[in-house]
Structure formats: structure tokens, C-alpha cells
Design a protein around this ligand. Structure first.
Ligand code: NAP
Length: 243
């Protein structure tokens, strides 16, 4: 049995990624969540219903001590196991004009996406390097590649993850560890459910929002053996909105 971790795997894009990694690759998936235990348990149940194996793990990715405690305890219970796929998917938005943006809205958005990437990946990278095989996928956003008015905090967080993806990809490539990012446009999840979809689809050449499964299928390829020569890449998945 091989082991994968998906942060923010309880709902939305992360849930589909967790399910798809279990289904396509047969990994035992650690389904991380922050608050929503019922949703995380539901993701685990969905994986098990399809014959897969998973467990829910609660920790807030922005708190380094919490990440280290929970993942450290897991490693103690599973001393010979290596988490060899890491999907840094947890993220939030707190939108508003920059001139009016409170420090908390900046810090929480940057800390969950960018610091969360550091907290989780840094804790696991040493063992991954010794393993000499690994896959890291960061879920970023069109806002991080293009920049989006009203989302200076979120654009900065995802832009930081994009740069980190490219840099870390170079550091660990020799160890057969790839580091890539996927950059979705509008995807149907809780995060986008209050957006005016009928107006926004007019800007999407594909004329629709994407589905979490479509992002999960891209991630599934990037974590596969076949994708071993792709690293440091940011792959857009946005219905032609921008690339
Ligand atoms: P979502 O439906 O709102 O789900 C967010 C997930 O992140 C939940 O599982 C949530 O856990 C988890 N999470 C939030 N804060 C966390 C924390 N501090 N520690 C650990 N987990 C935390 O969002 P989504 O649309 O699936 O988004 C997933 C990723 O895709 C995010 O990084 C987002 O920025 C990115 N993205 C989304 C879109 C889109 O259109 N939806 C577009 C581009 C990029 P709980 O259930 O416990 O709250």
C-alpha cells in the first residue's frame, strides 16, 4: 500500500482529487480537513465504497505545530510508510478591494495557501527525498497567474505558490520528485457557489464552469509514473479563460 496526502480533501476539488488518486492509483489517501469532520468522513466513505482505502486527518495547514504534531503522530503509528504524493489543495478566499483589506484577510488567505504549502511540504520532504520518488502537486489559481482585481491577497498567495513550485521542482528533480501546479479557472464548488455564474460564463470560451472531477483527472496524471519528466510546470485548467 502506498500513501498520499490531500490537504482540504473534505470537500470540493480536494475531495475529487482524493477519490481519484485512490481509484486510479490504489493509494491509501490521508484526507485532511480543517473543521468539517462530517465532510471528511464522507470523502473517506466514498473512497471505501469504491474499494479504496483512506482516513481523515484533522489539522489546520496554517499552524506549523499542528501540522507537525498530527503528521508526526501518524508517522509514529506508521513508521515504515512514506507519504509519497502530496497535494497542497487547502485554500480560502477573502475577497475585497486592496485599499480596504484588513490585515486578517491578507494573513489568513496567504497563510492557508502559501504557508500551508511550506508547513506540510517541508515536514514531509526529507523522507520523500530519502524515498527517491515523489509527486507534489499544488492547487493554485488563475488569480495567481493573471492576477485578479478584488483578490490581491489570494493572487499573492497563489503567485507565491507558483514561484515555489518552479523553485522546488529544480531542487528535488534529481531524486525523481516532481513538483507541479494546476491552475483552475472557475470550478463548481462551495468556493464559487455564490458567484454570478450566468454573468461570468460569458467570459469563459467553454461557456461553463469546470467540474472538480476535471481538475482531479489532471492531478491524477501529474502524480502518475507517466508524468515523471514534467516538473516545475503550472498547468491551466480554465475552459480557455486565460493561458
Ligand atoms: P472548497 O470547496 O471551499 O473546499 C476548501 C477545502 O479546504 C475544504 O476541504 C476545507 O476544509 C479545506 N481548508 C480550508 N482551510 C483549511 C485549513 N486552514 N487547513 C486545512 N484545510 C483547510 O474549495 P475548492 O473550490 O474545492 O478549492 C480547493 C482549492 O482550489 C483551493 O486552494 C482554491 O484556492 C483552489 N481553486 C478553486 C477554484 C474554484 O473555482 N473553486 C479555482 C481556482 C483555484 P473544511 O471542509 O474542514 O472546511
Amino acid at each position: 500500500m502506498k500513501y498520499a496526502l490531500v490537504t482540504g480533501g473534505s470537500r470540493g476539488i480536494g475531495r475529487e482529487i482524493a477519490k481519484t488518486i485512490a481509484k486510479d492509483h490504489g493509494y491509501h489517501v490521508l484526507v485532511n480537513y480543517a473543521r468539517n469532520a462530517a465532510a471528511a468522513d464522507e470523502t473517506v466513505a466514498m473512497i471505501e465504497a469504491e474499494g479504496g482505502s483512506a482516513e481523515a486527518l484533522q489539522f489546520n495547514v496554517e499552524i506549523k505545530t499542528e501540522v507537525e504534531k498530527v503528521l508526526g503522530d501518524w508517522q509514529e503509528r506508521n513508521p515504515d510508510k512514506v507519504i509519497e504524493i502530496i497535494v497542497n489543495n487547502a485554500g480560502i478566499t477573502k475577497d475585497g478591494l486592496f485599499a480596504l483589506m484588513e490585515e486578517e484577510a491578507w494573513d489568513s488567505v496567504v497563510d492557508i495557501s502559501l504557508k500551508g504549502f511550506y508547513n506540510v511540504t517541508h515536514h514531509l520532504i526529507h523522507k520523500l527525498q530519502r524515498n527517491r520518488w515523489g509527486r507534489i502537486v499544488n492547487v493554485v489559481s488563475l488569480s495567481g497567474t493573471k492576477g485578479n482585481a478584488g483578490q490581491v491577497n489570494y493572487s499573492a498567495a497563489k503567485g507565491g505558490m507558483i514561484a515555489a513550485t518552479k523553485a522546488l521542482g529544480q531542487e528535488v528533480a534529481k531524486r525523481k520528485i516532481t513538483v507541479n501546479a494546476v491552475a483552475p479557472g472557475f470550478i463548481n464548488t462551495d468556493m464559487t457557489k455564490d458567484l454570478p455564474a450566468d454573468q461570468l460564463v460569458k467570459f469563459v470560451p467553454a461557456n461553463r464552469f469546470g467540474e472538480p472531477q476535471e481538475v482531479a483527472d489532471l492531478v491524477s496524471f501529474l502524480v502518475s509514473e507517466k508524468a515523471g519528466y514534467i516538473t516545475g510546470e503550472i498547468i491551466n485548467i480554465n475552459g480557455g479563460l486565460y493561458s
